[in-house]
Write a protein that binds this ligand. Sequence first.
Ligand code: NAP
Ligand code: LUD
Length: 285
Amino acid sequence: MTAQIIDGKAIAKECRKALKGRVKEFSEQYGHAPGLGVILVGEDPASAVYVRNKEKACARAGIASFHHDLPITATQEQVAKIIDEMNADSRVHGILLQLPLPKGLDEQAMLARIHPDKDADGFHPINAGYLAVGKDGYVPCTPKGVMTLIASTGQPIEGAHAVVIGRSNIVGKPQAQLLLQKNATVTICHSRTKNLAEVVGLGDIVVAAVGRPEMVKGEWIKKGAVVIDVGINRRDDGTLCGDVEFETAKERAGWITPVPGGVGPMTIAMLLENTLEGAIRAATR
Ligand code: NAP
Ligand code: LUD
């Protein structure tokens, strides 16, 4: 059996199309567009590409973006000042502080400085807390997009064994919370997990968010499983690959996401959705 490929690019396109309609309605009703404040610190080339793609997607959807670049030498105070300005700017309904920040800057402190009502990434501890206790708040874009991709397979989440590999604050942890909320039985794996192969083999749903090229071997995958590959790794020849050994995994999985064209485009679509959510919140407060 060969897996069905989950076309994240196409699903993200559908999401953006639906969103564009909602943005138009919002703008007509309230007389202004939703706005995303974007802060890029330093010169990480991948970050620059992601940010550019996010702003392009905003423009296409009718969302305004307000871009601020800071040099790699920027101080904590300089970053804080831009965040404070965006917190106070009524045109900005969501703030994206692209990660990673250059060494020496305190990421957690900067993320916590973003007003929780404008936290389009859902990384503020208040929103992380809301997710943990099951209260409405901003949900991080990547795990939120993954839930849409899993839903697209039609496979049940309730009662399924979901194995999440990775426990970062931006993917693994919120992913596990979202799956738990949908009544999956969730196992979270990390760098100290023993017998990773056996644990992964229990997964009806496997979400890999590690950042190691093809570390999840195809032979570990349970037959028929839904495999979501969050990893974005650059090979020496410049091409991209995921955390899952795609060619072998697709012979066992029921459904699988490719890299590129899987989770990445969904992250962008969900950021647009969260920005509109922020604009609606601000307009209806
Ligand atoms: P991260 O903060 O580096 O976290 C990686 C996680 O993987 C950690 O929890 C780590 O465990 C775990 N890990 C490392 N080695 C492992 C091993 N040998 N076995 C099992 N677990 C292991 O990374 P992240 O920010 O979550 O991102 C993960 C990947 O997803 C990266 O490739 C990133 O580029 C990609 N990503 C993609 C998108 C997208 O939109 N497609 C969005 C975000 C991230 P410890 O906690 O024990 O160290
Ligand atoms: N920081 C993210 N840092 C990195 N791939 C992304 C990402 C799109 N504050 C903050 O956007 O959500 C974030 N918020 N992240 N990431 C990673 C992470 C952040 C990664 C990939 C893509 C966003 C994406 O569009 C394309 C794909 O997988 O098809 C490939 C793009 C390419 O490089 O060719």
